[in-house]
Design a protein around this ligand. Sequence first.
Ligand SMILES: Cc1ncc(COP(=O)(O)O)c(C=O)c1O
Length: 342
Amino acid sequence: MDWTKLSFAVQKTDSLIISRFTDGEWSEPEVSKDFTFHMDVYAGVFHYSNSCFEGLKAFRGADGKIRIFRPDENAARLARSGAFLGMPYPSPELFIKMCRMCVEANIDYLPPYGYNASMYLRPVLIGTNPQLNVTSSKEAVFAVLGNPVGSYSGIKGLTSVTATIARNYDRAAPNGTGSYKLGANYAPSFHAYNLAHSQGFTELLFLDPATKTNIDEFGTSNFLAIKGNTYVTPLSDSVLPSITNKSLRQIAADMGMKVEQRVVPAAELSEFDEVNACGTAVVITPIYSITDKPALESESATKVYEFGRPGEVGAVSKKLYDHLRGIQDGIEQDVHDWCMIL
Ligand SMILES: Cc1ncc(COP(=O)(O)O)c(C=O)c1O
């Protein structure tokens, strides 16, 4: 394996871990080398998107220890998503056991320290019983996949990108499912993303779907801004509660910064020194510019907000990033006990 060439793409490993919920209980998790599911074509997942998932990472540290970052948080979030869908979901103990099994079964695919690479774990919960009626699933499969990944921008990481605002598209509905990690939340954003990408923008920023005046989040990551010594991130019912954001807020507070999780009007973009997207995949993606247009299809912009210099990460954001990555790599002290050591 060439660890320098890893990106965020499918890279099959030896095995996945699988458990099935039938007759009211979860089966003992199995290590399986079969990356295909044999499933009834009437399974709810194929028709009504009865499914939710998670994303977390395992790291090989500078000290040789293997760490999984905050698996308890992902276990709780999956339980919240599964409960919302009214389907069976694994206990935190089963979730964490299967994540550990997945790393152990695929240990040769866990990148060595020093490549800014890790093993991304993808737990996925899908409704399997045959159904035509539009209801919650009674039977389910829970699987954990392991996928070695690098950073989008290589070993160096932290190259800033451009974004645009999705004024005439939403990723979530008011009182909808935006705060749950459901498969059904993602496909509806593809059209807007395709438009943004075709115009050369990397990221897409969604506003609150009710008033379209406040910032919600990017399509696959939270929004965070730095304003002087303050960390600002949106408080909204339609945003996914990001574990990376939660961790960065704690690190910012530990560093003596003021942390504000509140309604963030889009008009405040002109006041921010640094803006980032944040999530498990890369921790932070610095945003160099945000282009606001009346509609994604519009030729001309109403306003372009710029932050820092093209391609570069802001100084405060870099400090937060380094600290979080340091904890994951076993370099910084894990004072909040976030890492589970294998
Ligand atoms: C919509 C959305 N927001 C935010 C995040 C970031 O969440 P986390 O930091 O837990 O990965 C993700 C990725 O999981 C996401 O899909």
